[in-house]
Unconditional design. Structure first.
Length: 165
């Protein structure tokens, strides 16, 4: 069965980040808090540009260097994973407390869909066993065109005049 991965508890992750900063004698600044919250409460994988836009709307002034340094801290704390889907920029995802998941990436619009599959997990284990391989982690990214872009392309083609024969 294929299902969406478990939702992230943004508030719990934020509290863990605050504790991480305190444990490492780092200040919990307003800027770090705003960056972490923009990431933890987003409903998609966010880029640095996405974080900048969210903070601008909220009236928080933060430089790009501060965003990158905070993202480094979040990765070091084990709270965020960095993804490079090959579209020219990196995206960041808060790590769910439990549950591994995979990604479908639309090459037209850049949309990222998360999913998890018990069948896929079983297959992964069977393949590793068949080859005598002790598996410790994996990553699957499937690239293609999402349903919305496919529908948009069909509508665009249908609205164009047909060539005379």
């Amino acid at each position: 069965m294929t299902s969406p991965p478990p939702k992230v508890d943004g508030q719990a992750l934020f509290e863990i980040f605050r504790r991480y900063l305190r444990d490492h004698n780092l200040p919990v600044t307003h800027q770090r808090a705003a960056i972490a919250q923009a990431l933890f409460f987003a409903d998609h994988h966010v880029s640095v540009g996405d974080i900048e836009r969210v903070l601008r709307v909220r009236g928080v002034q933060v430089g790009k260097a501060t965003i990158y340094r905070t993202l480094d801290l979040l990765r070091e704390a084990g709270l965020v994973q960095e993804h490079d889907f090959g579209d020219g920029f990196k995206r960041y995802e808060p790590l769910a407390a439990q549950g591994h998941h995979e990604h479908l990436i639309c090459t037209e619009c850049g949309r990222v869909v998360e999913f998890s599959s018990e069948r896929l997990e079983r297959m992964k284990s069977l393949i590793a066993e068949e080859y005598g391989f002790r598996h410790h982690h994996h990553r699957l990214e499937i690239y293609g065109i999402c349903r919305d872009c496919q529908l948009r392309d069909v509508v665009t083609l249908e609205s164009q005049p047909r060539a005379r024969r």
